[in-house]
Each structure stands twice: as structure tokens, then as C-alpha cells.
Ligand binder design. Structure first.
Ligand SMILES: NC(=O)c1ccc[n+]([C@@H]2O[C@H](COP(=O)([O-])OP(=O)(O)OC[C@H]3O[C@@H](n4cnc5c(N)ncnc54)[C@H](OP(=O)(O)O)[C@@H]3O)[C@@H](O)[C@H]2O)c1
Length: 319
């Protein structure tokens, strides 16, 4: 089959021939129709050795359901989900619990855009509820009246986080790098759009922080007493100088998050179903900033690198 693999040089990616995946016990085999491109994959490709195979998100058709307990995931069913890698290919093998049916009305592209970005938004928003034991199983938890700050709000994770936080009752401040990046965020649910954070006053109960470097430092300044900063990315790829004495008197929490740590549970399929249901019901918008054939992968990665993709980039697997 064909797949995208790292070149190990400045080209980053190329289409190559590889053996078909051999599914492990408990895996389903999916014929991939579309996948999305995440910043984390770009970062890994920048240092990957030739031959390394990226790919978390996918949307496609069940080719082989594998285990007898794969439930309704029978051959021909449209599914989407998240692999631990190698989904930028004609076929991918994944644990059945990491795939869910695509509801009626969702396109391949919409479904493929969801897993990594929307699961990250959903699960980071649940963290305050996890810390207090208060969250419900599916929704982000009760954020009614909470002041939530989202950095990187114009990006893939950010747009879902703004919407899901607002839906959970939060007052949402969205941080962008340039004014034009903030244009649609008000209609997605942001109460305030801020270019940078310097002019903001402290008092945020929850901060979803993915910029790293100065952005994380700012988050520790802006968090409210007993609030929570969730650090889940380092888009700036720079180190953070901790403002220690601004931070500890507030008794705030700094919590890390890494989606790939515990994917293989039934909660993943439940969460995917929940998110796709919101999209199908018109309650969650998927901003498809860029869709193209997978032969365009190199150009799409270039756009992501230049911060010119407002939302999700999705590639279609074509013959
Ligand atoms: N821990 C996890 O499990 C996990 C899961 C998913 C994603 N992530 C991480 O979360 C971050 C967001 O992911 P994503 O897929 O949403 O990325 P994305 O679509 O590229 O969005 C990133 C956003 O970050 C902003 N940004 C701020 N400073 C930046 C910088 N120096 N370089 C590049 N972008 C910068 C950009 O804002 P402007 O609009 O202002 O340019 C952009 O909107 C990434 O760092 C990713 O690696 C982590």
C-alpha cells in the first residue's frame, strides 16, 4: 500500500510503498479516506529519521473488524478515530476502542479533523472536574461562571476548546497572535479575543496553555488563586522561565496533559461519539481551513509551519 513517510531532510514527507499493516489482537483494520495534520506531527517530522510514519487521526471504512466483540464496527461501516501513529496511509490498524461510527451527515473531512484536536480540548477542559472529583463522564464538566483562558485559540485544538468551554458555561478569553487570527472566534463562543496576553489581568480559573515559552510564563501570572494551568503544548518550541514567586502564593496547580498516554480505553470511543454527535447536531463547528489530496502534504505542512492555517488541515487519501 501507499503511505506518507518522513524523508529525514528539508522535504519532510514523501509518498512511499510500505507493507500492509498486520492487525494485533483487538485491532480493526480501516481503509483510510482522510486524515488531519496536527502541529505535533509537524514538530516530530522536523527531527524524524527517514522512513518514520506519522498519523494519529483518520476517517475511513472498516475493512476487517478483527475481534468478534468489535460491536457494530462491521465491514463497510464509516468510522473515524485515533491511532498511535501510521494513519497517513491507505490502511491503518487500530484498537477497536479508538474508533467510532461517523454519524449521518458528517463528511470524511469533518470526521478526520476531530480526534486529536477535539479530544485534547474536551479532556483538558475536564481536568478541573477531575481534580475535584466533580466532572460528569461526558461533558467537560461544570465550568459555569468559570473564567477560562485559551492560548493558541485560532488553531485546531483552540477552536474546539473555545466552543466546548463556552458550552460548559465558562466565560472564555481567546488568545491569538495577530488580530486577523481572531476574527471568527467571537462567533465560536469567545467572550473576549486578546492579541497576546500582556494586557490581561490575573484571575483565570482555568488556562489551557499550548504556546510554551513566554506564553506559559504568562499563564502562571494570569491564573487565579487555586486555579489550574493545563500545559499541553510547546508551539513556540522554547523554554519557560518560571515566575516562581508570582505563582506559589496563589496555590494554583500546573498540570501536564498528554493525549496519547491513555487512549486505549472505552472512554475514547465514547468521547469520539460524543464529539461527532455535537457536530451532527450543529453544536460544534469544525473549521476546515484547508482540504487537499494527500499528495499536497508537503505544502500543507509548510502552511502549518508558517501559522497560516486558521483551523484544521485535512488531506484526502486518493488513488
Ligand atoms: N499534549 C497533547 O496531547 C497534545 C494534543 C494536541 C495538541 N498538542 C499541542 O497543542 C498545540 C496546539 O496544537 P494544534 O494542533 O491546535 O496546533 P495549531 O492548529 O497549529 O494551532 C497552534 C496555535 O498556536 C499559536 N501559536 C502561538 N505561538 C506559536 C508559535 N510560536 N508557533 C506556532 N504557533 C503558535 C498559533 O497562533 P496564531 O494563530 O496566533 O498564529 C496557532 O493558532 C501544539 O503545540 C500541539 O503540539 C498537544
Amino acid at each position: 500500500m501507499k503511505a506518507l513517510a518522513a524523508t529525514g531532510d528539508a522535504d519532510l514527507i514523501e509518498l512511499v510503498r510500505v507493507p500492509d499493516p498486520s492487525p494485533a489482537p483487538g485491532n480493526v483494520l480501516v481503509d483510510v479516506r482522510a486524515f488531519s495534520v496536527n502541529r505535533g506531527e509537524l514538530h516530530r517530522l522536523l527531527t524524524a529519521a527517514a522512513g518514520w510514519r506519522p498519523g494519529w487521526d483518520f476517517a475511513g471504512v472498516i475493512a476487517d473488524p478483527g475481534p468478534p466483540d468489535a460491536g457494530d464496527l462491521v465491514p463497510g461501516v464509516r468510522v473515524f478515530g485515533i491511532a498511535a501513529g501510521r494513519s497517513w496511509a491507505e490502511r491503518v490498524a487500530v484498537p477497536a476502542c479508538q474508533a467510532a461510527r461517523i454519524p449521518e451527515g458528517l463528511s470524511w473531512e469533518q470526521a478526520a479533523a476531530l480526534p486529536t484536536a477535539a479530544l485534547t480540548a474536551l479532556r483538558t477542559l475536564r481536568i478541573p472536574g477531575d481534580l475535584t472529583g466533580a466532572r460528569t463522564r461526558r461533558d467537560p464538566g461544570d465550568l459555569a461562571g468559570a473564567a477560562v483562558l485559551v492560548t493558541g485559540a485560532a488553531g485546531g485544538v483552540g477552536r474546539f476548546a473555545v466552543q466546548l468551554a463556552r458550552r460548559a458555561g465558562a466565560k472564555v478569553t481567546a488568545v491569538v497572535g495577530r488580530p486577523e487570527r481572531g476574527r471568527e472566534l467571537g462567533s465560536l463562543g469567545a467572550d473576549e479575543v486578546s492579541v497576546g496576553t500582556r494586557q490581561l489581568a490575573p484571575g483565570f480559573d482555568l488556562i489551557l496553555e499550548s504556546g510554551g515559552g513566554d506564553s506559559l510564563r504568562e499563564a502562571l501570572r494570569l491564573v487565579a488563586p487555586r486555579g489550574t494551568v493545563v500545559s499541553f503544548g510547546n508551539s513556540s518550541r522554547s523554554e519557560t522561565k518560571l515566575p516562581v514567586s508570582d505563582f506559589y502564593p496563589k496555590e494554583a496547580a500546573l498540570r501536564g496533559f498528554y493525549l496519547l498516554n491513555d487512549l486505549a480505553t472505552a472512554q475514547t470511543a465514547d468521547d469520539l461519539t460524543f464529539l461527532a454527535g455535537l457536530v451532527a447536531a450543529g453544536e460544534l463547528t469544525v473549521d476546515l481551513a484547508h482540504t487537499a489530496a494527500w499528495s499536497e502534504a508537503r505544502a500543507v505542512l509548510g502552511g502549518l509551519r508558517e501559522r497560516s492555517v486558521p483551523g484544521k488541515a485535512v488531506l484526502r487519501v486518493t488513488p
